[in-house]
Design a protein around this ligand. Structure first.
Ligand code: HEC
Ligand code: HEC
Length: 379
């Protein structure tokens, strides 16, 4: 057992340390070492405590809290609550061609799940031929505070065109070109549908019930299983190093975040980003058609970017067909000659690696389960 030896330090406090047998020749240096150890021992709590605190807080700083990027729950209207059977009915309806005049097209003909929920042609084709606009993705549409590129519909129910006084795909002459009377009669004549509507809504088929079932299905089209959602929930390996650099560009140098605001990646507002105007509409005035305010000329709704990497075309008129073209459009500062272009669209000076990284990030926003949705069996 080592002998305990108490030193009275110069600072005036005693210090007890075990004394080891020491060679007399090294006794002086041993004593100095002992005294130093004693001093350190005294101030130990003042060193260790802050070190422990630092150790505990550093990882928290290094690992940023990204929970503000997590997709929230979709707002469900009180008069159209979700239920499994309602959602299943809505899914049948959007895949059912009997909802169109010649029974030749369903909602999903223009909103193809495999094509990111958008159309396969730059402008959608309906009963009246080529439409003026591209069919945007219906994925994540439950998050929008208004529907259509110009926001002219206030809700998903209204967007369907089933409700009196509202034009939408089922009744639009250029799209599915039918009438609600015709659709309701057709569906009521199909016993399984009639039974399903009675189960879900307590009544036979009505235009309102069709609208509600379709909207309930659309509210489930949320990209919750996208790798980026796993990343922001704490799985640091969910996305590649290139995508992580792309994420930094997205919210930094490339300024995408100013309009594609987290968590939904839209500000639910309208901007003119200088998209080239192509297709049968010589000039599409966008939001101006709704507000008749000159300031809204050429403004379109900011789309969410979830699953947009699966789209065959981009923008209200399908003017672009590759993500790399979209990035190039922003990189060159849009089309500065467009007089109402948003002042936030500026040359970005991205290099080749930046562009690759940004595209890699955009691809992490894709939830593959949405792209795999297929037609259910129809009654
Ligand atoms: C003929 C092709 C076509 C068919 C069929 C069609 N749509 Fe569309 N859809 C479009 C086009 C084009 C737009 C954009 C129109 C606009 O903004 O003016 C659109 C817009 C939408 C939007 C708005 C998305 C957003 O980002 O604002 C939703 C939701 C939608 N459609 C759902 C449906 C549903 C539900 C059906 C079936 C009842 C349907 N569509 C049938 C072409 C089609
Ligand atoms: C000033 C606001 C604004 C900024 C900044 C912005 N966007 Fe957009 N973005 C929009 C609007 C508005 C549209 C639709 C425009 C149209 O249809 O003509 C759009 C469309 C898109 C689309 C097409 C999606 C679809 O469904 O068709 C992609 C992809 C996109 N933006 C990515 C980006 C990226 C990447 C950045 C950063 C480099 C960025 N955006 C910066 C407002 C903005």
């Amino acid at each position: 057992m080592p002998i305990q030896k108490t030193y009275l330090l110069k600072a005036g406090f005693p210090c007890t340390l075990p004394t080891l047998p020491v060679d007399p020749a090294r006794a002086v240096s041993w004593n100095i070492t002992q005294e130093l150890l004693c001093r350190l021992n005294r101030i130990k709590p003042f060193i260790i405590f802050p070190l422990v605190m630092l150790g505990a807080t550093l990882p928290a700083y290094a690992k940023e809290n990204l929970s503000s990027w997590k997709l929230p729950a979709v707002q469900i209207p009180k008069d159209n609550l979700q239920s499994t059977s309602k959602i299943a009915l809505g899914k049948q309806l959007v895949f059912d061609m009997r909802l169109s005049k010649n029974e030749s097209m369903s909602c999903a003909s223009c909103h193809l799940p495999a094509a990111g929920g958008g159309s396969l042609t730059p402008r959608a084709f309906g009963h009246g031929g080529e439409l003026g606009r591209w069919a945007p993705s219906w994925n994540n549409s439950g998050y929008y505070t208004s529907q259509f590129w110009d926001g002219r519909a206030a809700s998903l129910e209204e967007q369907t065109g089933c409700l009196a006084g509202h034009m939408g795909p089922i009744t639009a002459p250029g799209e599915m070109a039918t009438s609600m009377d015709e659709v309701v009669a057709k569906l009521n004549a199909i016993p399984t549908y009639k039974k399903q509507f009675n189960n879900v809504f307590g009544s036979d088929v009505t235009p309102e019930a069709i609208a509600k079932a379709i909207a309930a299905f659309e509210r489930t089209l949320v990209a919750r299983k996208a790798p980026f959602q796993r990343y922001v929930s704490g799985d640091s390996k969910a996305i590649s190093a290139s995508a992580k650099r792309g994420f930094e560009l997205f919210r930094g140098k490339a300024m995408c975040i100013t309009c594609h605001v987290p968590p939904i990646l839209t500000d639910n507002l309208f901007h003119n980003i200088g998209t080239p105007q192509v297709g049968p509409m010589k000039e599409d005035l966008g939001r101006y058609e709704v507000t008749k305010d000159e300031a809204d000329n050429g403004k379109f709704k900011t789309p969410s970017l979830y699953n947009s990497a699966s789209l065959a075309f981009f923008m209200h008129d399908g003017a672009l067909s590759k993500l790399s073209q979209v990035i190039e459009h922003y990189n060159k500062g849009g089309n500065p000659q467009v007089k109402n272009q948003d002042p936030l669209i500026l040359p970005l000076h991205l290099n080749d690696r930046d562009k690759v990284d940004l595209e890699a990030f955009m691809k992490t926003l894709t939830d593959p389960s949405l792209d795999r949705i297929s037609a259910p069996e129809l009654p």
